[in-house]
Design a protein around this ligand. Sequence first.
Ligand SMILES: *Cc1c(COP(=O)(O)O)cnc(C)c1O
Length: 364
Amino acid sequence: MPRQTFAVIDTEALRHNYRMACDLAGTAKPMAVIKADGYGHGLVRVARALAGDAGRFAVACLEEAELLRAAGLEQPVLLLQGVHEAADLSRCETLGLEVAIHSHQQLQWLADTDARPVLWLKVNSGMNRLGFTAAELPAIVPGLADAGFTLRGMMTHFACADDAASDRSLSQTRVFEAATAAWPGLWRSVGNSAAHFRPGQPLYDWSRPGIMLYGSSPMIGQQGPEAGLKAVMTLQSRLISVRTLAPGDTVGYGDSWRADAPAVMGMVSIGYGDGYPRHAGTGTPVWVRGQRARLIGRVSMDMLAVDLTAIPGAEAGDMVELWGANISVDEVAVHAGTISYELLTGVTARVPRLEAGTVAAVSR
Ligand SMILES: *Cc1c(COP(=O)(O)O)cnc(C)c1O
C-alpha cells in the first residue's frame, strides 16, 4: 500500500480557470502557458484537458514541446525562449513549433540555417530580460521576410503586472504599441495572468495566462478563490501517528517547537523531499477533519508535525490537505516566503499525480 501522499489534479477546475481567462481576455484569446510540467500538474495531462478549448499552447523550450507532440497533441505551440542552438531550428520546423526570437545570437542561427520555422519576435518593452528594443526592429523584420521566414507575431512581457499599485504595465504597453505599430498585420501578444486582472489593460490578439489556470491568484496579496479561481492541485497526505505532549515537550529537529500546555500532535507523511517548503514555519495552515490546523516545528524530509489539540478525534489515517481547495497554495506560499509558482513546480517526482476522483478526497 502506498503511503497515500498525492497531488490530486482536478482538470474540471483547470477548465473553469481557462474559461475565466477567456472571459477576462475579451477579444484576445488566451494561449495556455503549460511550461515546467504544466506548473507541476503534468504537462500532457494539462494539455489534454485544455486541448478542446485552448487553441494554442506556450512552453519554455523544445524539450517540453517534444513531449506534447509525442503525446499526439497537434495544436500550435510557441517556444517562449526559442531555441538554444542552431540545430534545433529544423526540429522546430519538422514539429510545426513556433519559435520566439529574442537575441542577436538567435538571429545569426536563423541566417545560418535552411530550416524555416514560424517565428515570433520578442520585444523588450522595459523588463530588460530578453528581446529587441523598438529601435532594433526595423532592421530585423524586413530581413526575416526576405529570407523566407513567416513572422507570426510580436510579444512582450510585463515586469510588475502582479502589483495593482504599479503603472509599469501601462508604460510597457506604450513602448510595445510604438514598437509594433509599423506591422499591423502581425499578431501581438502581451499578458501574463496578472495582466488579465488589470482593468483596461489591452491584451491584443493573444494573452498568455499561466499561474491563473492552476487556480492561484497572480496578484500580490490575493488568494486564488478571492479572484474566482479554483485550485487545480490538492496536495494531500495522511496522519501516520498521533501523540499527546506534556508541557515542556519539544517536537522535531532543533527542538524547534515546545508545548507550553498539554497538546496533541500528529505527524503527516510529507516533507521537503516531496516539495513541501521547509521554510514554512509554525503556524502555516493545514486542513484536517474539515478544520484548519497549524504546522508546528521544523519540516523534515519525509514528514511534518501538526497541532491537533483543537481537533478532537483526529487519528492516524486521517487525510490532511497541505494545499488545495481548503487551504490556498497562495497562503502557504506567504508562510514560506515564496510564491505559489515555486511551490507548485517544486512538488517532487516522489509524489504521484492522480486525477481527481481516483483517490479519496480530503473531507471538506
Ligand atoms: C511564464 C510566462 C507567462 C505566464 O506567466 P504567469 O504569471 O504564470 O501567468 C507568460 N509569458 C511568458 C513570456 C512567460 O515566460
